[in-house]
Design a protein around this ligand. Structure first.
Ligand code: FAD
Length: 452
């Protein structure tokens, strides 16, 4: 097979890699993107999208199953569930999106090569394709190979011990599900399976669930888990699984399936990096403000460059690298990267946490005082604003509440545009919406909240 040449070779067609390739091609650069699997990476195939599809289905099922017990005066017969059909619906969304990405790459003029890639040197890679090895020479190489689930020594993946990918492919709802790790992936999927009818126990080695978020924000999520009957054991290490029992320091817990969600590690092995010895930042590739590694012409984006391991950070990095390679003067200067947990209720965090920055203060507005939240029967939440006392510049916006993920855009926009409390307070927020809580939190900080 004759060698292929291009200006940019991107390894990995996840949100980092495919956005980089599309943007570079739009800018007139000759790009080849390589992936061992379908375009879309973890995010579209086994991450963000399929998990949110399952969460939606679980919400719908749970709503119907419990409507008769509610106060709305609605009654309904107990719903049935064919999980295999639910999964087929979810897979349909995945193939529509992954096919769409391949179409977008093609339309932009980027070439897609399927196969596992390995670097031969800083400007050359070899791809193991179905028809044999293919050498690709490029002026610049962008690594975007993502991350994989971390395995626990006593709980090797396989059989009834599942990764999130395995849990998203189940065709039957497990009777008893143990979730090891109370981070966002474990709680999102644990909540979904609890709503679908599993008896769920979450086992967390740390002192609390969603440890990186403010305890006040997490409280409504914990309350809801309790209401759903989800058991949560903190400060408890799971050590093994045998005969349908998860072994923990606190005793055995019966489980038909065990979902291990204790973190994700960057996927860097097998890439030929050992011979090139790029500088590392712990387990991740070290990058500068334009995502360049310590090796000339070698760039890295997405999960392999560290936290937060989120699709939208990978996409923003990919776009920036493409523009840099097209000769634009760019650098990473984002003020905030919103993070959303699609738990019940949803949790959004954007920018500085309370107490993180000196001379900052916090104000909160509870959804119990928001008309829209009451009409949705969901007043279990709040919005929190962190601001600089001296000039009222907004440093952080956080919230927990049903459907609050959609407010992450307003949170990020306010911080990115350097808004002050007065700017948000003076903006008319439509009534009745939960977004009014954002303006009210800012008004509370200014000591002039109207509805509390
Ligand atoms: P990836 O999306 O992992 O893509 C890497 C690609 O590289 C893969 O397609 C892989 O096949 C390919 N590859 C790897 N090595 C090679 C090689 N040697 N040769 C060729 N190809 C290779 N993030 C959010 O922002 N929001 C969410 O709601 C969210 N939910 C999630 C839910 C779950 C269950 C999981 C697991 C993750 C979730 N994430 C979420 C995280 C998100 O999926 C990742 O942050 C994101 O996909 C990272 O993008 P990436 O481009 O760095 O890598």
């Amino acid at each position: 097979m004759s060698d292929l040449k291009c200006k940019i070779a991107v390894i990995g067609a996840g949100p980092g890699g495919y956005v980089c390739a599309i943007r570079a091609a739009q800018l007139g650069l000759d790009v080849i993107v390589v992936d061992a699997g379908a375009a879309g990476g973890t995010c579209l195939n086994v991450g963000c999208i399929p998990s949110k599809a399952l969460i939606h289905a679980a919400d719908e099922f749970h709503k119907i199953a419990h409507v008769s017990a509610g106060q709305l005066g609605i009654t309904a017969a107990a719903p049935g569930l064919d999980l295999a059909k639910t999964m087929a619906w979810k897979d349909g969304i995945v193939s529509r999106l992954t096919g769409g990405v391949e179409g977008l790459l093609k339309r932009a003029g980027a070439r897609f090569v399927r196969g596992r890639a390995r670097l031969l040197d800083g400007q050359c890679l070899e791809v193991a394709t179905q028809t044999g090895p293919q050498v690709i020479r490029a002026e610049a190489i962008v690594l975007a190979t993502g991350a994989a689930p971390v395995e626990l020594p006593g709980l090797p993946f396989g059989g009834d011990i599942l990764t999130s990918t395995g849990a998203l492919a189940l065709s039957e709802v497990p009777g008893r599900l143990a979730v090891i790790g109370a981070g966002y992936i474990g709680l999102e999927l644990g909540t979904a399976f609890a709503k679908l009818g599993s008896e769920v126990t979450v086992i967390e080695a740390g002192e609390r669930a969603l440890a990186q978020y403010d305890a006040g924000l997490v409280r409504p999520v914990l309350k809801r888990l309790e209401a759903l009957g989800v058991g949560l054991l903190t400060s408890t290490k799971a050590t093994g699984y045998a005969d349908g029992q998860v072994q923990t320091e606190a005793g055995d817990i019966a489980a038909d399936k065990v979902l291990v969600t204790v973190g994700r590690r960057p996927l860097l092995q097998g890439l030929g990096l050992e011979a090139l010895s790029p500088e590392m930042a712990g387990a991740y590739l070290k990058i500068n403000e334009i995502c360049q590694t310590s090796l000339p012409g070698l760039y890295a984006i997405g999960d392999i460059t560290g936290e937060p391991m989120l699709a939208h950070r990978a996409m923003a990095q990919g776009e920036m690298v493409a523009e840099h390679l097209a000769g634009h003067k760019v650098a990473w200067d984002k003020c905030a990267i919103p993070a959303v947990c699609f738990t019940d209720p949803e949790l959004v965090s954007c920018g500085a946490a309370p107490g993180e920055i000196e001379a900052s203060a916090v104000a909160e507005f509870p959804f119990a005082a928001n008309g829209r939240a009451l009409t949705l029967e969901r007043d279990d939440g709040l919005i929190q604003v962190v601001y600089r006392e001296a000039d009222h510049v907004i440093l952080g916006l956080h919230g927990v509440g049903a459907g609050i993920a959609e407010l992450s855009a307003s949170f990020a926009l306010a911080i990115e545009m350097g808004a002050r409390l007065e700017d948000v307070a003076a903006t008319i927020h439509a009534h009745p919406t939960q977004s009014e809580g954002l303006a009210e939190a800012c008004m509370k900080a200014l000591d002039r909240a109207v509805h509390i």
